[in-house]
Design a protein around this ligand. Structure first.
Ligand code: ADP
Ligand code: MG
Length: 312
């Protein structure tokens, strides 16, 4: 039995003030500098960032929602987090309120060698949460870079400078890469750069369809490009307690993927789907809703799993 103290993650761990930059920059800075006390079990020493690719070639399964809200939850409990938007749709950037006009330097520029990653990073309204935004230019990446010998390693190489502390620059604890809905060169770049993959699966009839193809791609990337790559976990999203099918899908996925499936299941919650249109993570839009509570639980579970991975 594991007798470590049980985590009681809930929105009570944090207050809304930790999440939202106030109108005055000084207030925001103060909130960032003096967050709510972080429970000792969650505190992390400084280290190279852990890079997690949020990937599933299916669209609409909750990748972007998970990148935004897991990122926000990790930031809320004291971590410095960078989201890398690798989807030409730029939904993570929009969902975090980054106006298209303010995406002067984007992940396209970074991957095609025009800019350093640090130059593309912008702050969000959430203290400790940053993003490298995407623009539609990314659709041209495969065509333009597809023949280059280092085509699969563009993101890995761009991330290298984040591993060395630089004066005045943020030391990120987590980098979450929001992948496009395809197993294309962008997703391969994410997998080649990542320590681990986080797979959102929607609680619907075809949830497992395509998962074996995804797992095969992970195998191939591990064999050919990135031997350290692991599956961090599978997160079930859009669970509907009133729908018997949702429960069946949870049982099936747990049977197929075993302990790789996080205990936390993200419920279908209208507040989660409303938040992006306000350019806010759901934790800022409505901290007490079931979706926010679930993403906070997921963040603490991920930190816990990280500790186990690092210890073992
Ligand atoms: P992906 O990035 O995999 O394409 P998204 O994160 O964009 O998927 O989610 C697809 C749609 O489902 C979006 O409209 C999003 O707002 C909605 N959605 C995601 N998670 C939830 C949830 N837990 N409850 C309600 N709606 C959700
Ligand atoms: Mg998306």
């Amino acid at each position: 039995m594991n007798d470590a103290p049980a985590l009681q993650p809930s929105s009570d761990l944090i207050s809304a003030s930790v999440l939202e930059s106030g109108p005055a920059p000084a207030a925001a800075a103060e909130a960032a500098a003096a967050p709510e006390p972080v429970p000792a079990v969650l505190a992390q020493p400084a280290r190279a960032p852990r890079v997690l690719a949020v990937a599933n070639q299916k669209g609409g399964v909750g990748k972007t929602t998970t990148a935004i809200n897991l990122g926000t939850a990790l930031a809320a409990i004291g971590q410095e987090v960078l989201i890398i938007d690798l989807d030409p749709q730029g939904n993570a950037s929009t969902g975090l309120g980054i106006d298209r006009r303010n995406r002067l330097c984007s992940t396209y520029d970074v991957l095609t060698g025009g800019s350093a990653l640090r130059d593309a990073i912008v702050a969000t309204g959430v203290p400790r949460l940053h993003i490298a935004p995407a623009t539609i230019d990314l659709t041209g990446f495969e065509l333009e870079i597809g023949q280059a010998s280092d085509r699969a390693f563009r993101l890995r190489d761009a991330l290298m400078p984040l591993r060395t502390p630089a004066p005045g620059a943020t030391d990120f604890a987590y980098v979450l890469v929001d992948c496009p809905p395809s197993l294309n060169l962008l997703t391969v770049n994410a997998m080649a750069a990542a320590d681990a993959i986080l797979v959102p699966l929607q609680c619907e009839f075809f949830a497992l369809e395509g998962l074996s193809q995804l797992l095969k791609t992970v195998e191939r990337v591990r064999d050919q490009l990135n031997p350290k790559l692991t599956i961090h976990g599978v997160v079930l999203t859009m669970y509907d307690a009133r729908n018997n099918l949702s429960g069946q899908v949870v049982a099936d996925v747990r049977e197929f993927m075993g302990p790789k499936v996080y205990e936390t299941v993200i419920p279908r919650n209208v507040r989660v789907s409303e938040a992006p249109s306000y350019g806010k993570p759901v934790l800022v839009y409505d901290l007490k809703c079931s979706g926010s509570e679930a993403y906070l639980r997921l963040a603490t579970e991920i930190i816990q799993r990280e500790k186990e991975l690092c210890a073992g």
